[in-house]
Design a protein around this ligand. Structure first.
Ligand code: AMP
Ligand code: MG
Length: 403
């Protein structure tokens, strides 16, 4: 049985990097940048006014002083004809180029109109309410590093440089394959017959993939029959970069997944990881595709998805990963009650972490089939084999989702 970090190291190593392509900025949200870029346009691009007000010479900005207003400059094309001479001011609006000769702006609320001029109620320091060219960002500064996740603000920064697209490593195409003769699709047919259950892993894993940035996800189902399962897996592998299988990887007589994959030529794989829930986790490579065999119990399926599939997804999209720890957001948590693990595998306890005070309490049955508790939980706390964590202890909790 592999240790969890060794399992992650191996599957990260076996997962290929996605192929780089250029996408429009609107399509790039959440992807990882595949290029490093430097600024070509300074920010601000030119000296401009930070306020609606009057541009003037700061040396003449004394309370009570009267200045003649010689024109107005809006945000937009610069007229260029204005020159703030001694005793004059130019009406300006937020974002308007600062007229020549001016070195400060006074807010319109701080002047009184008098004839064709203004009387100042306050003074101004040099540069007051002026945004200087390059004060935020200079030409040549880094604006994007390879591996950076493209957030709305980073996309905005690229747009500020005139970029309409960016090179990314897009997420893989994924297929989720659920397995099991007992499973019925929700909404299908006459409902449940004795012994049947609804397929809940299918939607959980497909939406899990989506929540971690995979937009192309297809869901298939294979019965517990090696011939039919082979046909479904062949179809999945034809179109997927990532094949995420649920169920059929344990030691039951109808757990055919491993045998069928071996038959199809899967290699470099491993089976069983020292972790609870999720021990029967299986991983293999097949013709440049990666295949994950998650245990069928819903909690095991979801926890192994978070512990292993997420790391492989991050690798595929070019992010830096530390295999010694799950690739999930970490938060500081205080245990509301003691957590004890008398077993010989690290236990990921499902619970509720409060963003308000950091308290963590376990929720629901801590068993691998207990979907209800999982549905109320938002975080995992790892309790090592044989470990006892006292109530009140500060620990790290993994959030069960992308940040
Ligand atoms: P398996 O790993 O195939 O032995 O399945 C373990 C347990 O998980 C069994 O109780 C299955 O009925 C259940 N299970 C397997 N697949 C699913 C699924 N897609 N949705 C809900 N439960 C499942
Ligand atoms: Mg099964």
């Amino acid at each position: 049985m592999l240790e969890e970090s060794e399992a992650r190291r191996r599957l990260i190593e076996a997962t290929p990097l996605g192929t780089i392509c250029q996408v429009s900025l609107l399509e790039a949200l959440g992807a990882s940048a595949a290029e490093t870029l430097r600024a070509t346009v300074p920010l601000p691009g030119f000296d401009n006014s930070q306020m609606d007000g009057y541009a003037l010479r700061s040396a003449e900005a004394m309370p009570g002083n009267v200045l003649r207003v010689v024109g107005q400059q809006f945000a937009g094309r610069e007229d260029g004809s204005f020159q703030v001479e001694s005793g004059t001011a130019v009406r300006v609006f937020t974002g308007a180029p600062l007229p020549r000769g001016a070195d400060a702006v006074i807010m319109q609320e701080d002047v009184e109109l008098c004839g064709d001029g203004i009387r100042l109620r306050v003074g101004a320091m040099p540069d007051e309410f002026v945004r200087r060219r390059g004060a935020d960002l200079c030409e040549g500064q880094f604006i994007l590093q390879e591996g950076d996740v493209l957030t709305p603000a980073r996309l905005a920064l690229l747009a500020s440089q005139g970029c309409s697209g960016v090179c990314v490593r897009p997420a893989p195409r994924a297929v989720v394959v659920t397995t099991g003769d007992e499973l019925i699709e929700p909404g299908a047919g006459a409902g449940l017959l004795p012994g049947q259950i609804f397929n809940s892993n299918g939607v959980m894993l497909a939406s899990g993939l989506r929540s971690f940035g995979v937009s192309q996800v297809r869901a298939l189902h294979a019965p517990d029959d090696p011939v039919q399962m082979r046909a479904v897996l062949e179809m999945a592998l034809e179109e997927a970069d990532f094949c995420v299988i649920a169920g059929g990887v344990s030691v039951g007589e109808k757990d055919y997944v491993k045998a069928v994959l071996a038959d199809l030529g899967a290699r470099g794989g491993f089976w069983r990881v020292r972790v609870k829930p999720g021990k029967p986790f299986f991983f293999a490579e097949l013709e440049g595709k990666v295949v994950f065999g998650l245990p069928g119990n819903p909690v095991s399926s979801w926890v192994t998805f978070l512990l292993f599939v997420v790391s492989a997804l991050q690798r595929y999209t070019g992010r830096t990963i530390d295999p010694s720890t799950p690739s999930l957001p970490l938060v500081r948590a205080f245990l509301e009650a003691e957590l004890r693990n008398e077993g010989d595998r690290p236990h990921y306890v499902r619970g509720v972490w409060s963003a308000k005070d950091g308290a963590f309490r376990s929720v629901g049955l801590q068993q691998s089939h207990a979907l209800y508790g999982l549905s109320r939980a938002n975080a995992l706390v790892r309790v090592g084999a044989g470990q006892r964590l006292e109530a009140g202890l500060a620990v790290e909790a993994y959030l069960m989702g992308s940040a």
